[in-house]
Write a protein that binds this ligand. Structure first.
Ligand SMILES: *Cc1c(COP(=O)(O)O)cnc(C)c1O
Length: 357
C-alpha cells in the first residue's frame, strides 16, 4: 500500500450503502406522500408531544444510561422481567448488537432474502459471512432451507415475521418447530418490527419462546405502530446472558431522554395507538382488494405495507408512482414496497396502479 491514503478495512469500504426510503420528489400542483419507509402517517399523539415538551429543559444532561423508567414500563406492559429487556437506538441497532455479540470473522449469519437490509450490513461490519436463503414462492421464509443452511459456523439466524419487504409471516407453529430443531448454541432472532399489524390469533407466542429457549431473542420497535421512528428506540427480550451482552454492545447513552419519555407515553397510549393500527389494517385490506380487482396478484400482507413483485417492470411502475407524487421503496428488478398510509395516499396508489396492470 503505497497510496498514502488512510488504511481502512476493505470489508467496510465495500459495504453497500443503506438504501433509506426516499422523500417524494416535488410534483407541481400535487400533494406528495412519503410511502417509502413504513412510518406511521399519523401525527404524534398529544400525550407524546407533551411528554417530550416537559422533558425539553433536561436536554443539557445525559440521558439515564440504563433507561430505567422505560425498561420498567416495558416490563410492566409485556410482563417481562426488567433483566430480560435491553434497548437500542432503534431495533436496527439491536440487530447489530446481536451480531457483534455472537459472530465475527469466519462465522455465519443466516437470514432469508429478500429481507431487512440491515442484516447484510451488520454482518459485514462484524466481519462475519452472510448466508442468504431465498424466500419461498409465496414470499415467506423457507424455514426448511434455512435449517439446511446451518453449518458449524452458524452463530445467528434471523426470522423476520412479518417480513420486510414482502409482508409475509411464518406461522407460530412453524417458528416454534424451527426453534426446537436448531442447536441451542445458535442465536435465533425473531424480528417483530411489524408484529402489531398482525392479528392476535396469528402471532407467535414470542415471549413464551424466549422464556423457554435461552437462545431466542425477540426484537420490537417503537418506530412503526408506536409512531416514533424519528426518536430511535427499539427493545429486545432475551434471557439474562444475551440481554447482558446486548447492553454491553449498546451505544452508551444512545437512547435519548426525549426518546425515553416519548416511549413511556406511547406505551401508556397503547389503546389509542392500536386504534390507528386497526385503521391501517383496514386500509391495507382496501388497497389489496382494489389492486386484486384491477388484476394485480399481490400476496397477503401482515404489516403496514404492501409488496408488489414486478421484476423487470419495477422501474416503470416506480417512475409512474413518483410522477404522481408518491415515493415508494424500489428494489430494482424485484418489486416495490408501498407503505399503507393516509387514505388520500392509498387512493392515489390504487389510481396510478390501475393504469399499469
Ligand atoms: C423498521 C424495521 C426495524 C426497526 O427499525 P428501527 O427504527 O431501527 O427500530 C427492524 N426490523 C425490520 C424488519 C424493520 O422493517
Amino acid at each position: 500500500m503505497a497510496d498514502n491514503i488512510p488504511r481502512l478495512r476493505a470489508d467496510i469500504e465495500s459495504i453497500a450503502d443503506y438504501k433509506a426510503g426516499a422523500r417524494p420528489k416535488p410534483v407541481h400542483g400535487v400533494t406528495t406522500f412519503k410511502v417509502s419507509s413504513n412510518e406511521s402517517h399519523h401525527d404524534p399523539l398529544p400525550s407524546v408531544t407533551a411528554a417530550i415538551t416537559q422533558a425539553l429543559p433536561e436536554i443539557n444532561r445525559y440521558p439515564d444510561p440504563s433507561s430505567a423508567d422505560l425498561v420498567a414500563a416495558i416490563s410492566q406492559q409485556f410482563s417481562v422481567p426488567a433483566e430480560h429487556i435491553s434497548l437500542g437506538t432503534g431495533s436496527v441497532a439491536l440487530c447489530g448488537q446481536i451480531i457483534q455479540s455472537a459472530a465475527g470473522p469466519g462465522d455465519e449469519v443466516i437470514y432469508a432474502w429478500r429481507s431487512f437490509e440491515a442484516y447484510p450490513i451488520w454482518t459485514q461490519i462484524a466481519g462475519a459471512t452472510s448466508v442468504q436463503v431465498p424466500l419461498a414462492a409465496d414470499e415467506s421464509h423457507d424455514l426448511d432451507a434455512m435449517k439446511a443452511a446451518i453449518t458449524n459456523r452458524t452463530r445467528v439466524i434471523f426470522i423476520c415475521s412479518p417480513n420486510n419487504p414482502t409482508g409475509q409471516i411464518s406461522s407460530a407453529q412453524d417458528i416454534a418447530k424451527f426453534i426446537k430443531s436448531v442447536s441451542p448454541e445458535i442465536l435465533i432472532v425473531l424480528d417483530e418490527a411489524y408484529i402489531e399489524y398482525l392479528p392476535d390469533e396469528l402471532r407467535s407466542d414470542s415471549v413464551g419462546l424466549y422464556r423457554e429457549h435461552p437462545n431466542v431473542v425477540v426484537l420490537r420497535t417503537f418506530s412503526k405502530a408506536y409512531g416514533l421512528a424519528g426518536l430511535r428506540v427499539g427493545y429486545a427480550f432475551a434471557q439474562e446472558r444475551i440481554s447482558a451482552a446486548l447492553r454491553k454492545t449498546a451505544l452508551p447513552f444512545g437512547v435519548s431522554t426525549l426518546a425515553q419519555v416519548a416511549s413511556i407515553a406511547a406505551l401508556k397510549a397503547e389503546a389509542e395507538l392500536m386504534e390507528r393500527v386497526k385503521f391501517v389494517q383496514q386500509e391495507r385490506a382496501r388497497v389489496l382488494a382494489a389492486l386484486r380487482a384491477q388484476g394485480w396478484t399481490p400476496e397477503e400482507s401482515y404489516a403496514n405495507f404492501v409488496w408488489l413483485r414486478l421484476n423487470e417492470k419495477t422501474a416503470h411502475v416506480y417512475e409512474s408512482l413518483e410522477q404522481a407524487g408518491l415515493s415508494v421503496r424500489p428494489f430494482p428488478n424485484e418489486g416495490l414496497r408501498i407503505t399503507v398510509a393516509e387514505p388520500e395516499a392509498n387512493d392515489r396508489v390504487i389510481d396510478v396502479l390501475s393504469g399499469l396492470v
